[in-house]
Design a protein around this ligand. Structure first.
Ligand code: TYM
Length: 416
């Protein structure tokens, strides 16, 4: 465990939670990741995702109006990502809110697997996490699983991953998290904070459970099989920092849920509260169904893309439009499968604007070029703003790292 001199400078909160109060879910025995017509795993998201079916298969709960009202009691408003159901599913969010009301604070926990540059999809859970940090005034652990990306990608070496890790940290800082309340953990740099917890978790998970949940096979390398407890460990770190049971709330897209499913299964056995989650949908790729993905750059709008690149990518994107203007006017477009419609809906349009866009598109009164033009107008300044903040972030890394060191500070062999 981190020693006194590691001096993690989160302010102390006064959380007590009885982990026995949280009901058990023994849902890790089957492989719920693969559903007919679409696939959602932490490493693969493909097809036309039916989110209601995912809730059923993963055994999570829909975020209903009652829960949204409950959140509003703390935030004073309904965030657009809740209004438009971008965050649609959860585990124990109600429990965490009830505890918060009793004065027991949670920690936020989210992360990034640095396999490439950061794109619009990654920003969504982070923007929401920042909002929650502000509204609830809570600490955040931000994990970068460079080890995961090394082990799971045969074409990535550690040199490339380290470069992406650094670049991704600039993006994370540019979101505007509170440096006093945010600690970044890079697995290969800061493993001492995680290792004692991860072996506790690992000891409680059998290979047969890991195989069922994550789909490991005889050809999986053994590092892959051993990795999930490393992503589970930050769920319990707040209890160590606070010296009492302290739950985490994890904002992320639903692809990460299998990790939490196994971690929840072992939490009580280890004497920690089960991690709670708030799950989002996916920002679709530019070229296809499935998600925007940094390992398929043609599907993504990156935070480092120049304005002309953004414009070209958006102009070339797949839409739900008809092949000709005449047919579009006659038959209308299919907004439901159109990435441009969804980007605007999730990020930029108000509820009213989005409804009008939907009606105009499906009614044949709006052409794809017009929506693309709207998107270009909104995305360019949005990304520009991030780029300005990224430049400044280079000097702020120390303030966010869990060990208080700069990214490259430890990178010598000791022989010089
Ligand atoms: P990664 O790097 O694949 O994704 C980082 C975060 O972005 C979400 N995400 C998306 N959300 C919307 N639309 C998309 N197209 C899209 N693509 C990715 C992911 O759900 C995630 O929230 N193993 C993790 C890293 C990690 C982590 C965590 C993530 C470690 N600890 C705790 C969330 C919470 C990973 O590779 O994420």
């Amino acid at each position: 465990m981190p020693s006194e001199e590691d001096s993690i400078s989160f302010e102390k909160s006064n959380m007590t939670i009885d982990s026995n109060e949280i009901e058990t879910d023994n849902d890790s025995e089957s492989d719920p990741n693969r559903v007919k017509d679409f696939v959602v795993t932490p490493w693969e998201v493909e097809g036309d995702i039916d989110y209601s079916k995912l809730i059923e298969k993963f055994g999570t709960r829909a975020i209903d109006d009652t829960l949204i009202e409950k959140i509003k009691n703390f935030t004073g408003e309904i965030h657009p990502f809740l209004k438009n159901k971008y965050f649609f599913s959860h585990r124990d969010l109600d429990v965490v809110l009830d505890e918060y009301k009793r004065g027991n604070k949670f920690y936020l926990y989210t992360g990034r697997g640095p396999s490439g540059l950061v794109h619009l999809g990654h920003l969504m859970p982070w923007l929401f996490t920042k909002y929650l940090q502000e509204k609830f005034n809570v600490n955040l652990i931000f994990q970068l699983t460079d080890d995961e990306k090394f082990l799971f990608n045969s074409n990535l070496d550690m040199e490339a991953i380290q470069k992406y890790t650094y670049e991704n940290i600039l993006d994370i800082i540019s979101i505007g998290f509170d440096p006093k309340r945010t600690k970044i953990i890079v697995d290969t740099k800061h493993i001492k904070y995680l290792y004692p917890l991860s072996i506790e978790i690992a000891k409680k998970i059998t290979y047969s459970t890991a195989k069922a949940v994550f789909g490991f096979s005889n050809s999986s390398n053994i590092g892959m099989i051993g990795f999930p407890p490393v992503q589970g460990a930050p769920c319990f770190l707040p209890s160590i920092f606070e010296n009492k049971p302290t739950p985490v709330l994890i904002p992320a897209a639903i692809d990460q849920d299998p990790y939490w499913r196994v971690t929840r299964d072992v939490a009580e056995k280890l004497g920690y509260p089960k991690p709670a989650q708030i799950h989002s949908k996916f920002i679709p790729g530019l070229t296809s169904l499935g998600k925007m993905s940094s390992s398929r750059p043609e599907t993504a709008l990156f935070t480092v893309d120049e304005p002309e690149i953004l414009e070209t990518k958006i102009k070339n994107t797949f839409t739900g439009g008809q092949p000709t203007i005449a047919l579009q006017r006659k038959l209308g477009g299919n907004a439901n499968i159109c990435p441009v419609y969804w980007y605007l809906n999730y990020l930029f349009d108000t509820e009213k604007e989005s409804q009008e866009r939907y009606n105009d598109c499906t009614g044949g009164n709006l052409l794809c070029g017009e929506c693309k033009g709207d998107m270009i107008k909104k995305v360019k300044p949005f990304i520009k703003d991030i780029q300005i903040k990224r430049d400044k972030a280079q000097n702020l890394i120390k303030d966010f790292m869990i060990d208080g060191k700069d990214f490259f500070e430890d990178d010598n062999t000791g022989f010089n």
